[in-house]
Design a protein around this ligand. Sequence first.
Ligand code: MET
Ligand SMILES: [Zn+2]
Length: 772
Amino acid sequence: MKDVDTAMAIISTAGVGYPRIGENREWKKLLEEFWGGKRDEESFQKEIRELRIRRLLRQKKSGVAWVPSGDFTLYDSVLDHVAAFDLIPDRFRHLGANDSLAVYFAMARGIEGAPACEMTKWFDTNYHYLVPELAGQPKPKLVFNPWLDAFTEAKREAGLLTRPVLIGPYTLVRLAKGVSSENFAELVRSFIPAYNTVLEELAKAGAGWVQIDEPSLVTDVPEEHLALLTEIYGALKSSNPKLLIHLQTYFGAVEHPEAVFSLPVDGIGLDFVRGKIDNLDAIKKFGWTKGKKLGAGVVNGRSIWRVDPDQALGLLEELASLIPAEQLIIQPSSSLLHSPVSVNVEVSGDAVVRGALAFADQKLEEVVALSEALEARLNGGAATALPARLEENRIALAALRSHPARHRAAAQGSSEESIAERSPFAERHALQLSRFKLPLLPTTTIGSLPQTADIRKARLEWRRGKLSDDAYRQLLQERTELWIRRQEEYGIDVLVHGEFERTDMVEHFAHLLDGYHFTTNGWVQSYGSRCVKPPVIYGDVMDRGAMTLEDTLYAQSLTDRPVKGMLTGPITMLAWSFYRDDISPKEIADQIARALDAEVLRLEAAGIGMIQVDEPALREIAPLKHREWPEYLEWSVNAFRRSVAGVRDETQIHTHMCYCDYHEIIGAVEAMDADVISLETSRSHGSLIHALEHQPYANGIGLGVYDIHSPVVPETETMLAVIRDSLAVVPADRLWVNPDCGLKTRGEPETIEALKRMAEAAVLARAELANA
Ligand code: MET
Ligand SMILES: [Zn+2]
C-alpha cells in the first residue's frame, strides 16, 4: 500500500467523487437485469463488487493521492444515508432489514401500495437524489456502516487508503422534507451520534481522513445556522480527535466564508471553478488557518473540457502565495459524478471538439499533472516548461477556441439587442379568442403522446439503416393521424401531433441545429439507472432550416381544430446540454433563441396559430444563491422572449414548465408573457394554488389536472376537483385544462382513458360554470 504522506510530493492531490455507471454503463445494465429478474442477487452483488473494485483501480491509476470511497451506490448516495441512519419511511419497513435490497430498491422505485421516495434535482445539476423524509422527529442511528465496508474493501482489494465520503448532516437536513425552521437545528443535532459512530469505526479501521460534503454551504445560509455548524463540527471533531475531517463544498463560493473557514475541521475543499473569484477574495480577506488543508478545486468536475493549464496554474500559484504549498490539495471542483467516464471511446464527430474533451479519468490525470507543474514552478520559477499532458491541453483548447464554428453568429446580433415587444395581453387575448373560438376551459395536452414499442423499434431500425426514410415517416404519420382522430373523438380542443419523431426533447432539436457535437459515450447518471448523453454545444448555435414544420403541418392538415407547434425553449436546450466554459450561458441561450425564433416564424407563416415553447428547466438552473436570481432571470426570460420575437398578436404562444416551484419564479413567468402557460401541479398543488391566490396570473394558464408519472388513471371527479380549485384562483376565461406533462412514457390504454376523463371533467366544469 502506498503511504500517501511520505511517498507523494509536497502538494497533494485528491478525487472528490467518481462516476458509478462504469465505462460502458455496466452499472445500469446490472441494475436493470436484477430488477427485471434476469439476474439473482448473488450474481448481481458479485458483478457489482467487481465493478466497484475496477472503479477504484481506475482512479488509483491516475495517480491521485487520495481516492474517495463510499461514493459508490446502488442508486443514490442520499438514499444510502437514509438506509444506514435508520430513516426508512414506515411504509417500507415491513419489507426487510435496513440493508436489504428489497427495502432499498422499494424506497428508490416504489412498490404496490408504497410509493417511492420523492426525487429532486441535486442542486443545479441534472442528477436527482431521493429526498429524506424527516417528519415526526426520527432518531437517526447507525444500523450498518456502508462507509466502513467501502473503506475496508478498497484497502483489501485495491491497496488503497481511501478518503471515505459522507454527505454532511447540515446538507442532509437541508435537503430533506418534513423539516421546518423551528425544528431544523434539533434535527441536525440529532444526527451527531450516528455520524460519530461512522467516524469512530472508520478511524478504528485505519482511515486517516474523511471527506464530509456540505454543498449547501454555497447556497443561501441563514446567519443563525453558523453557530449550529460550529457546534456540530465541533462535536464531530472532539469525539474523533485523531480522524482528520475534510469539509468539502462545491457548486460555487461558500456563503459566510469567514465563519466556514474557521470551522473546527482539518481541511476545507473549495470550488475554484464556479466560485473562483469570491472564494479567492475571501482567502485574501480572511486568511487561512495555519495547518488547515485547502482542497483547491481547479479542475471543473461538471464540464467535459480539458482544463486550461494557464488559468489553473495561475490560480494555483496565487493560492501558493497565500497558503504554504504543503497545505494545498489539488482536486476537481466537485464530484466527477456529473462527468462521463472516459474519452477513450470518443471516435466520431469533429476532431477538434473531440480533442478538447476530458472526462472523469482524464480530469484526475489533469489534477496530478497540475500538481507536478505547480511543484516545478514553485521550485524552478515560471519559466519551467509545462508537462506534456498540459501542453496538449493548451494546444487542444486553442484549437477549440479558434474553431470556425464559433464567431459565425456575430452577424446575428448580440444578446443585448432589444426584443420586439408584443401588444398588451388583453389585446392579444381578444384577437385570439375571436380567431380560435375555443370553449371555456379549453382542453389540450403537453405535446408528446405514448411512444409504443413499435415506434421505438422502428426508430432504431431506421437509424441503423434497416428501415427506409419513407417507411419510417409513414409510420410516424399514421400514428399522428390515429391520435388526431382520437383527440378529436375524446373532445380535446387544442391538438398536438404527438412528437413521435423524437426521443429526448433536447437532443432531437440539437440534431437539427448547427453548433452541436454528439459524443459516442458521454453518458452521465440522471437518476437511478437512468443515464443521459447530453449534446455538446461547441460552436455558435444557428438555424439550419425547418425542424418541426412538416410534422406540424401534416397534423394540421388532418383537422380543423388548432394543432400546436412544439419546440424546446432556449434555457432548456442550454440546461440539458454541455457547453463551452469560455462562452457565457447568456450568449449561448440568446443564440439558441434566435435559431428557435426562425422556426417559430416559419410555423406562423405557414398558418400554424399556436406554438408552444417548453421551458421545464428554467427554474432548475437558477443560481444557488437567491441574490443572483434577478440577473439570471433577466437573461433567461429575455432568451425566451427572443425565441418568439416578432410573432403576430393573433398567434398564441404557449409555454410549459414542470419540476418547478412556481411561486419562486412568478415574476419571471409574468415577464415571459406567454399567452398560455401549462404547469405541473400534482407535486405542488397546494402551494401553487396558494401562490396564485396571492399573486394572480394575468394570462392564460393550465394547471395540470393529473399526474403523468403514474400509470394510475384518476377518476373524472378527481380531475374535476382540481379544475374547481383552480377556478378559485384563475378566472374561467383564462383557465386551461391539461395533464401535468408530456405523455411519451405512458401506455396507450391508460392515456386514452385519462384523456377521455379529462375532457369529461372539462365538460362537467363548464356545465357548473353555466349553472352558477
Ligand atoms: C419535460 S416537459 C416535456 C414537454 C414536451 N412537450 C412533452 O410533452 O413531452
Ligand atoms: Zn413537462
